[in-house]
Design a protein around this ligand. Structure first.
Ligand code: SF4
Length: 401
């Protein structure tokens, strides 16, 4: 099963913690139709490229992310979606998600998105506290977030999720827990809860470098993570991935596919894509190619007019970089992503698919050491990280490389 990601690179303002490719602008300055045309030109080219390489994907999900794709005029987003559905084979249970911000989502817009085939909204609430939203540079207030969630739920869109950020400076464990409870009480069946991370190159990153950013205490953040988990699990939302909770059956299929190492086609300015390199590489998924599109919107739109369909990745005219990944690199990526999941990663199966023996003596020794410290569990071929150790997932995965 493959998935499709479409990046919409504009927001009404740039949040100081954000390291996504997004440019601040007003709605009127966006060329809504021109960007849709460019994405469709790229989609048609990518389909030709993939077919020429013997790769005919079947999509289980389509995800409009950003940026703020709820700023995109729904008829233009709908035009893109309708064409994508004819270009790619899709499963009958195709999931179509649009990321939204409270400042660009009301009931009319949610209904319009539903009308063009969207069945899932992901709303960027981030906090229900006015002072925290101000610190995060968000344009909405707590009422705006609540109204957007209520509008989405009332619109008839069948699936709605929202994001919460915890681990803010001076935030108490109880405050993080109470906000999780409050969001669960709205009736949402999916929540993404992220720890605030300070990335280099962001406004917060610059302030941290100059010692001007207040930082949360690590121990409080770790306890807040566990308090949020306990709150949401008590409301029936299962902690299925480090940052994600869902009523069983309501998990994000798009993100699950990504964490499980499935193929994804990225369309739009700055989008990443990853497909199996069937043209050059032996059986199954032994090699893969990952690419990233041009990050400047104007350059991207122009480049789509010259997409070379005989190439995939660097040199195709739209991608600014591409890398070929061998089985060893792909296995490391599966470990890194799969260990984020409660279900863990089936290392034996991954090895079979990638055509290599994953149980090297070094890896077996690392597994033994991690198991002895309570940081890893092996059940047959499946590796999982016990919940209390989830906060160390990246470090644990890297020890298995
Ligand atoms: S709204 Fe989202 S994508 Fe846009 S700047 Fe803020 S965090 Fe980044």
């Amino acid at each position: 099963m493959a998935s499709l990601y479409i990046h919409f690179p504009w927001c009404l303002a740039k949040c100081p913690y954000c390291d996504f490719v997004s440019y601040a602008t007003d709605r009127e300055s966006i060329d809504h139709a021109g960007y849709a045309d460019a994405v469709l030109r790229e989609a048609e080219g990518r389909v030709r490229q993939l077919r020429a390489r013997g790769n005919s994907l079947t999509l289980g999900s389509i995800f409009f992310g950003g940026g703020t794709p709820s700023l995109w005029e729904p008829q233009e987003l709908g035009r893109v979606l309708a064409r994508l559905r004819t270009l790619f084979a899709t499963t009958t249970s195709l999931e179509v998600t649009v990321e939204c911000n409270p400042t660009s989502l009301d009931e009319a817009r949610a209904r319009a998105l539903h009308g063009v085939g969207v069945d899932r909204l992901s709303i960027g609430t981030q906090s229900l506290r006015a002072e925290q939203l101000k610190f995060l540079g968000r344009l909405h207030d707590p009422d705006g977030a609540r109204l957007a969630i209520a509008a989405a739920l009332a619109s008839g869109i069948p699936r709605v999720s929202t994001d919460l950020i915890f681990g803010l400076p001076d935030q108490s464990i109880e405050d993080a827990r109470d906000q999780a409870f409050a969001l669960a009480a709205t009736g949402l069946k999916h929540l993404s809860c992220y720890q605030l991370t300070i990335e280099p190159g962001t406004q917060f990153g610059e302030r941290k470098k100059r010692g001007l950013l207040p930082m949360a205490d690590d121990a409080v953040v770790a306890d807040a993570f566990l308090a949020v988990e306990a709150a949401l699990e008590s409301c029936g939302l299962r902690h299925y991935e480090i940052s994600n909770y869902a009523v069983p059956g309501e998990e994000s299929r798009h993100n699950l596919a990504y964490w499980r190492g499935d193929e994804y086609v990225g369309l739009g300015c700055a989008a990443f894509g990853f497909t199996r390199d069937t043209a050059s590489g032996g059986p199954g998924a032994r090699r893969g190619v990952r690419w990233r599109n041009a990050i400047d919107p104007k350059a991207y739109v122009e480049a789509t007019k010259h997409l070379r369909t005989d190439m995939l990745g660097e040199g195709d005219g739209v991608s600014m970089f591409a890398e070929s990944l061998d089985g060893t690199a792909l296995l490391r990526e599966r470990l890194m992503l799969g260990l984020r999941l409660a279900e863990g990663v089936d290392v034996g199966r991954a090895g079979d698919e990638l055509g290599l023996d994953p149980w090297t003596p070094e890896r077996l020794r690392a597994i033994e050491r991690l198991e002895a410290r309570g940081r890893l569990t092996r059940t047959g071929d499946v590796l999982t990280i016990p919940r209390p150790a989830w906060l160390f997932a990246d470090d644990i995965a890297s020890r298995l490389f």
